[in-house]
Design a protein around this ligand. Structure first.
Ligand SMILES: [Zn+2]
Length: 345
């Protein structure tokens, strides 16, 4: 039995399994492993559950060009790849609409009766730019959800992207926009090649794009330091009306697509930091959207750890002493970001 009065819930649709990618790291086993773990660990009965509908074309157009949408539809029909990494089957286009619909529903759910939501969706989204689908991503789910939130009256949106890859698509979508603060930690250099610290936004959006590129091998302490020393003060000044998370779990120590050293407990700490930002600024309203994460066990356990924090688990923050290369990098980023955010020490 699902809890009717739960304040935290998941967004899921069984049709997410219909995006068939064959022997590809982004496959349906990812979502199956998460749902199985949530069920076997007894969490599923404590969570709310909502089944999304598809995003409308108008909603996809918040971010994407008509020609890009039409290309995705056509390539899906023909079962052609959108790029070497982005495999499509006949159902993929419709599943992509449903994934964007899931992210939108997460926003609606936290505006409604939940405090926090986790959209367990695929395909992921943060590499899809306003004109190009790429890197396993067809449509940019979180960017569409951010615009939807604004249409619902949430003027300032904070997007925290802790996926190990830089969310180039999300950055592009809001690069000149001061109403969306985009904060990303990612392995650098790494796919997709963007995300250096000097990409800070342009025009009115200057200062509203915070990249924290980190060297391969960075562990919990490096991520926690980036969150505590850069994200927290900037977010406090920005004072968002809703907080969204591009929650990829591929910075985990055993992930096949990256070389970072995050632990499952590390994701609990990051989630609790983001939750505390949301508590301070917007009644704790936070919606997470699944991005990457390719080690099935660590993926499912990390998602569960984030949900535990959403459900109120207190997390102890250990001393986060960081290695000297990471410290040097963070100091350089802080120097850049102090131009825009005065409360960064
Ligand atoms: Zn990723």
């Amino acid at each position: 039995m699902l809890t009717e009065n739960a304040l935290t819930g998941i967004i899921f649709h069984p049709d997410y399994l219909k995006h068939e990618t064959g022997a590809h790291p982004e496959n349906k086993e990812r979502l199956l492993s998460i749902i199985t773990h949530l069920r076997d660990s007894g969490r599923l009965t404590k969570l709310g559950l909502k089944e999304p509908g598809s995003a409308t074309l108008d909603e996809i157009q918040y971010i994407h060009s008509n020609s890009q949408i039409e290309k995705a539809r056509k390539y899906s029909e023909l079962e052609m790849r959108l790029d070497p990494d982005t495999v499509l089957c006949k159902d993929s286009y419709n599943v992509a609409l449903l994934a964007a619909g899931g992210a939108i529903m997460a926003v609606d759910a936290v505006g409604d009766n939940w405090d926090s939501a986790f959209a367990l969706i695929r395909p992921p989204g943060h590499h899809a730019t306003p004109t190009k689908s790429m890197g396993f991503c067809i449509f940019n789910n979180i960017a569409i959800a951010a615009r939807h939130a604004q249409n619902m009256g949430k003027k300032r949106v904070l997007i925290v992207d802790w996926d190990v890859h830089h969310g180039n698509g999300t950055q592009d979508a809001f690069y000149d926009d001061p109403t969306v603060l985009y904060f990303s930690t990612h392995q650098y250099p790494h796919y997709p090649g963007t995300g250096w610290m000097d990409e800070v936004g342009t025009g009115d959006g200057e200062g509203f794009n915070i990249n924290v590129p980190l060297p391969a091998g960075t562990d919990d302490s490096g991520f926690i330091a980036a969150f505590m020393e850069i994200l927290v003060p900037a977010a406090r000044e920005f004072n968002p009306d809703i907080v969204l998370i591009s929650a990829g779990m591929d910075a985990c120590y055993n992930d096949g697509l990256a070389q970072m050293r995050m632990s499952v407990e590390g994701f609990s700490v990051l989630a609790s930091i983001v939750k505390s930002i949301a508590t301070e600024s917007c009644d704790g309203k936070v919606a997470a959207v699944l991005e990457g994460g390719y080690d099935l066990k660590l993926l499912s356990h990390s998602v569960a750890a984030v949900l535990d924090v959403f459900m109120g688990k207190e997390v102890e923050m250990e001393n986060y002493e960081v290695s000297s290369p990471v410290r040097a990098q963070l100091d350089e980023i802080k120097k850049i970001q102090r131009r825009f955010w005065q409360s960064i020490d």
